[in-house]
Design a protein around this ligand. Structure first.
Ligand code: AKG
Length: 259
């Protein structure tokens, strides 16, 4: 199945080897150093921008080409790029706050969540994402009733370290929970891309609001990502971006939409 058909029908796509081993090690080393300095387990976007080798992973040709192919057009970035350590988030949906014309099951894809997990995923050790395929095309009442017996519908995405996973932000998903203690720290590089022309403002308002109040299951977890949301207004275009990053974004026609 091609990627366009796959995301339309199943709500997600896995692009194998989005990044290579060297890049995985580079991002892991950056996380370790930066998390130690900032004492945060969800890194700040402004810290990522200071280290273009890491930010440029998001701008890699292979990554950008896959996103453009799926959207069928150019896309925009929000200031919500981060690296997160060992988040384990229960079942949730990241689109229900958007207007009905974006989230209704017939609407075309407008927002995609992107994740590169820096370790393999498997049912024993976790390390990636589990989702309900096709749930982006179901109404909220149906999905809610499916969550009474999620084992009947869920799919553990058996991704390998460095794979790029893209999902329609209407899909219902959770972290893959480990049965056993993981071999190494679970890390993920995560960001959102938009092909929307009319609905970016409600998305941005949601990002602003999450700096002020708890609105998402992950806001209630012991390691709240509040400082990450509070940092987003500090990402200013073009001043927060390095000249190299601005050049790649220009060449790739990637627009940045700040708060
Ligand atoms: O990375 C994970 O474990 C879960 C990510 C997630 O649920 C999200 O980004 O909404």
């Amino acid at each position: 199945m091609n990627n366009i058909k796959q995301i339309k029908e199943q709500g997600y796509v896995v692009i194998p080897e989005g990044i290579n081993k060297e890049e995985i090690n580079m991002v892991r080393a950056f996380y370790k150093k930066t998390a130690k300095k900032s004492n945060l387990s969800t890194l700040l976007p402004t810290d990522i921008l200071k280290y273009p080798d890491v930010f440029h992973v998001i701008l890699k040709d292979k990554v950008v080409t896959a996103i453009k192919e799926i959207f069928g057009r150019n896309f925009s970035l929000f200031p919500n790029f981060t690296i997160r350590e060992s988040v384990y988030i229960p079942w949730h949906n990241d689109a229900y706050f958007l207007p009905d014309e974006v989230i209704n099951p017939e609407a075309p894809l407008q927002f995609m969540q992107c994740a590169i997990y820096l370790q393999d995923n498997d049912p024993e050790h976790g390390g990636g994402i589990t989702l309900i395929p096709f749930s982006h095309r179901l109404d909220q009442t149906t999905v809610k009733s499916m969550l009474d017996t999620p084992q009947a519908y869920e799919k553990i995405i058996m991704s390998k370290a460095g794979d790029l996973i893209l999902w329609d932000n209407r899909i219902t998903h959770k972290s893959s929970y480990p049965d056993k203690a993981p071999d190494n720290t679970k890390l993920a590089l995560q960001w959102t891309v938009s092909a929307s022309e009319r609905h970016n403002e409600p998305y941005l308002q949601y990002l602003r609001d999450r700096a002020q109040r708890s609105m998402h299951v992950s806001d209630y977890l012991p390691k709240s990502p509040r400082s990450y949301f509070a940092d987003m207004p500090n990402v200013l275009y073009p001043n927060s971006f390095q000249p190299d990053s601005l050049n790649i974004m220009k060449q790739q026609n990637i627009q940045f939409i700040g708060l």
